[in-house]
Design a protein around this ligand. Structure first.
Ligand code: 5AD
Ligand code: SF4
Length: 471
């Protein structure tokens, strides 16, 4: 008898860590015989991999589940049972409350327990798993199966939902560290992702080699506090992120390395030195500071002041003069005055970011800052507009500086226009050029001749390659 394969629809919210986790979830489910559903309506299992960082995150999940409930009901009317699973940080934060408030949900599973999904799905009763198990989930997850990415209808992948002959992506994420012990007063991560934990060097290298053997050229090492990495080396001693990056640099085929997200306090001297000495480490660093006022940084429990950050940027730039910086900012943190906010603007002016993200502070229940005196919404909005205007100006200036330069582009996928392919500059800008598709997966010098709103355009520097592109 041929039984029809069960189909899953995975919807991913939030950060790259969730994208990576969804890939691992896809691996787990593929090993159980699941195939991808094109739409949630066609799925036997709908899994929401949720994010808790934004405002009213839990409410948004409840409203999404509300919609899915109707879908589940319609399927049942046709004699088909659909399961709904909630994973990720909202699952961790809300736990059993989700089962109470959302009758349609069958499984709630926190970020540390994805290897338990098959067992949880098989249970007769609705199930919650939000413990932080003593043994690492990484020891139980199947090896990364790039083929299984077709289970992910994610815009982040070049070939969503294609089932056969999927080429390996050129750039991949690799989680090396999870969790956070910093307890910034605004942040839920230490509560949802738990204590800091690093994967052993050998495991990371093994996974990187596997990815390289499948054609991956660029790795972005992920961690909530990635530069706090302190994984076990083969001799049992702990290794820093710089040492890990040096080990990954040795892998043939891996041509570019990046890491995200870093905390200024963990930017150790050996990591700064790695930016000078390891050519595969790309000259782009996401180093959030959140605010420019020492008083606010203190209230945020960031563990450093304004001067420390600015000196750190100087050190980094003397190690790697072409280093581009990116950051995160929160405006309207409780108690932030106009003067404090001007310190943020002045810090941004001093650093000159290549790009940056900025957010209005929004209280997270259970975090210390939620209990502090709040800044009125209107002031937050007004400050956000001013900060974003400054950041946009800096980003445009940074991109404009590329005009006329020859830059190395790692091509990743076909472009929108026929004959065009798209890749990334060392500084993470998207670059479009007319070139044959065989160049996907290779690093090629491109002369930049036009600057768009979000990307650069250029022509292959080598004239003979250019002719091939036209032919
Ligand atoms: N309010 C606003 N922004 C926040 N972030 C984290 N928590 C909050 C919050 N409560 C921002 C920080 C962080 C980024 C991922 O999200 O800037 O670096
Ligand atoms: Fe959150 Fe601060 Fe940890 Fe970053 S360092 S994850 S902002 S608590």
């Amino acid at each position: 008898m041929i039984t029809k394969a069960r189909r899953v629809f995975i919807k991913t919210y939030g950060c790259q860590m969730n994208v990576y986790d969804s890939e691992r979830i896809a691996d787990v489910l593929a090993a159980e015989g699941f195939e991808a559903a094109e739409r949630p309506e066609d799925a036997d299992l709908i899994l929401l991999n949720t994010c808790h960082i934004r405002e009213k995150a839990a409410e948004k999940v409840y409203s999404e589940v509300g919609k899915l409930r109707l879908m589940k009901k319609a399927a049942r009317a046709e004699g088909r049972e659909v399961k709904i699973a909630v994973a990720g940080c909202v699952a961790q934060a809300e736990g059993a409350e989700i089962l109470k408030r959302a009758q349609a949900v069958d499984v709630v599973v926190g970020p540390q327990s994805y290897h338990l999904l098959p067992a949880l799905l098989k249970r007769e009763k609705r199930a919650v798993e939000t413990e932080f198990p003593a043994d690492s989930k990484f020891d139980h997850l199947p090896e990364p199966g790039i083929r299984n990415m077709h289970l992910l209808p994610s815009r982040l992948h070049a070939h969503p939902l294609q089932k056969a002959h999927l080429p390996a992506p050129v750039a991949a994420f690799l989680t090396v560290q999870e969790g956070c012990d910093k307890f910034c007063t605004f942040c839920v991560v230490p509560y949802t992702r738990g204590a800091e934990a690093s994967r052993p060097v050998a495991k990371v290298v093994e996974e990187a080699e596997l990815l390289a053997s499948r054609g991956v050229k660029e790795l972005t090492l992920l961690g909530q506090n990635v530069n706090a990495y302190h994984g076990e080396g083969t001799d049992g001693r702990t290794r820093s992120l710089a040492r890990l990056i040096a080990a990954l640099s040795e892998i043939d085929g891996i041509e570019r390395l990046r890491y995200v997200t870093s905390h200024p306090r963990d930017m150790s001297d050996d990591l700064i030195e790695a930016h000078a000495s390891l050519p595969k480490l790309m000259p782009y660093l996401h180093l959030p500071v959140q605010a420019g006022s020492t008083r606010v940084l203190h209230a945020m429990n960031r563990g450093h002041d304004r001067g420390f950050y600015l000196r750190l940027i100087e050190k980094l730039r003397s190690a790697r003069p072409d280093l581009a910086l990116s950051g995160d900012f929160i405006v309207g943190f409780p108690g932030e005055t106009e003067e404090d906010f001007r310190d943020t603007l002045a810090l941004v002016e001093a650093v000159e970011y290549a790009s940056a993200y900025s957010f209005k502070y929004s209280p997270r229940p259970g975090t210390p800052a939620a209990e502090m005196a709040q800044v009125p919404e209107g002031e937050k909005s007004e400050r956000l507009t001013r900060l974003q205007a400054l950041i946009a100006k800096q980003q445009a200036a940074f991109n404009a500086r590329m005009r006329g330069l020859d830059i190395d582009v790692l091509f990743e996928k076909p472009g929108k226009r026929p004959g065009q392919i798209v890749g990334r500059s060392p500084w993470l800008q998207a670059v479009h050029a007319d070139a044959p598709e065989e160049m996907i997966g290779t690093v090629v010098p491109v002369t930049i001749d036009a600057i768009g709103a979000n990307s650069l355009f250029g022509a292959l520097k080598d004239a003979s390659l250019r002719e091939r592109a036209i032919a």
